[in-house]
Design a protein around this ligand. Structure first.
Ligand SMILES: Cc1cc2nc3c(=O)[nH]c(=O)nc-3n(C[C@H](O)[C@H](O)[C@H](O)COP(=O)(O)OP(=O)(O)OC[C@H]3O[C@@H](n4cnc5c(N)ncnc54)[C@H](O)[C@@H]3O)c2cc1C
Length: 394
């Protein structure tokens, strides 16, 4: 045996089985949710993650499970047409409700920090006030209730006087996204899925997933590596754009505000309060947008300093100490919709990538829809999935 052959330096125990009906590559929210739903159907599935579960965007986001996606609902209608925009909200709301029931049924441990106390979308200026008013009206018409809140109501909920107008969606939630990813994986394993961490996949092809030192045979290979998809599928370089986001968290504090997702400035800035008085806040990408691309997890001092200023803007009277700062990489698609389905018409190779800034809120529905599609079912969910098909770019 030659010395230094690192490609063979893998313990036997960390290898996946020789074959599995489905192999999911990537252990974020999307990969683990798909794995869970397949396993719950009794379909043999193995998930392979190159690092640790939730080491990508899924363990680095703000934890908001919210209804709207790339923009306010009227803009979504403009971008995608009424049927698709309405379909996205339906798909997400159904997923939010089912995820809620699932978590209540399986038990909500404290570390999951799951709270369904609604979300606030807050007007940064008069232009945004108008957008919020229009969105509430358009959503109400389509059966999605939210309500306008004023300065006093906003202060009561989140302790800030910086906003005098917003909308409250009572069915949105927050969660620790890394713990949710691990919960999906744990439940998948309990239903018979095999979860392998620390094994980078080096190639996929029809019926095979390869890694250093071996390969695994399968009926379906599904790539759920989000921003990193083009490492395995180079054609996706034209469709998925790795985009960085910056976040910080304060030390726990004596302040107790509603643990609800807050968004302002047309979706650019977001935060929520954890039950221990920690503020978890991110955004301000526009301060240095052209540098916030690529797959390096890089702390951008310019943006982090703008986040410090944002705290002072929202909470001028609070003395909060920063505990930690981090960045995360999102996979943006050209049209803001995820890319989910068989690749290049080959039914044995699937992608579920490009979840932009809202993959947490979509994970349950995507997991369920993909599992139903791979199981050959024809449901409202699988029909909606066709809107996300990769061939819209081909
Ligand atoms: C700063 C920030 C804030 C956000 N806030 C929110 C929010 O509040 N609400 C919301 O809904 N969404 C939010 N998002 C978006 C959300 O985090 C993502 O859409 C979601 O996590 C995508 O999940 P995923 O499983 O597709 O990707 P990831 O979590 O990125 O998972 C991909 C996985 O693939 C693995 N991988 C890559 N290459 C390989 C390989 N060759 N072999 C094996 N494994 C591989 C990676 O290690 C990684 O674990 C935010 C994102 C960021 C960065």
């Amino acid at each position: 045996m030659p010395e230094g052959n690192e490609s063979l330096n893998q313990p036997f125990w960390s290898f996946p089985p020789e074959r599995s009906d489905v192999v999911v590559v990537g252990g974020g929210l999307i990969g683990t949710a798909i794995c869970l739903h397949l396993a719950m159907k009794g379909i043999q599935v193995c998930l392979i993650e190159s690092q640790r579960l939730a080491s990508g965007a899924s363990g680095r986001n703000d934890g908001q499970i919210i209804l709207e996606t790339v923009d306010y609902y009227p803009r979504m209608i403009e971008l995608y047409g009424h049927e698709t925009a309405h379909g996205i909200l339906n798909f997400k709301r159904e997923g939010q409700n089912e995820l809620h029931d699932f978590l209540i049924e399986t038990g909500v441990p404290e570390e999951l920090a799951y709270h369904r106390s609604g979300s606030l979308t807050l007007a940064y200026n008069d232009a945004e006030k108008e957008k919020i008013t229009d969105a509430v009206e358009a959503m109400e018409k389509d059966g999605f209730h939210s309500q306008i809140v004023n300065a006093n109501e906003i202060e009561e909920l989140i302790g800030s006087r910086a906003f005098d107008y917003g909308k409250l969606d009572p069915l949105d939630a927050v969660v620790n996204p890394a713990e949710l990813t691990k919960t999906f994986a744990k439940q998948a394993a309990a239903h018979g899925a095999r979860i392998v961490e620390g094994l980078p996949v080096t190639g996929i092809g029809p019926g095979v997933v390869e890694f250093d030192g071996g390969s695994i045979g399968c009926e379906i290979a599904l790539v759920a590596t989000n921003a990193y998809v083009s490492n395995l599928l180079p054609q996706f370089k034209k469709w998925v754009f790795p985009t960085r986001g910056q976040v910080l968290a304060t030390e726990p504090s004596e302040h107790r505000y509603a643990p609800m997702g807050c968004i302002t400035n047309f979706g650019y800035d977001y935060w929520h309060w954890a039950p221990d008085g920690r503020l978890i806040l991110g955004g301000r990408r526009f301060v240095d947008e052209h540098r916030e691309v690529g797959t390096d997890e890089f702390i951008n001092p310019k943006i982090q300093s703008a986040l410090d200023d944002l705290i002072k803007e929202i909470y001028p009277n609070l003395d909060l100490k920063i505990a930690t700062r981090w960045s995360g990489i999102m996979g943006f698609s050209g049209d803001g919709l995820p890319i989910v389905g068989p690749i290049s018409g080959d039914p044995t190779m699937w992608s579920a990538v490009a979840f932009t800034g809202y993959g947490l809120g979509l994970s349950w529905s995507i997991g369920k829809a993909v599992a139903e599609a791979l199981d050959g079912q024809d449901t409202a969910r699988t029909r909606f999935l066709t809107k996300l098909h990769p061939n819209r770019f081909a």
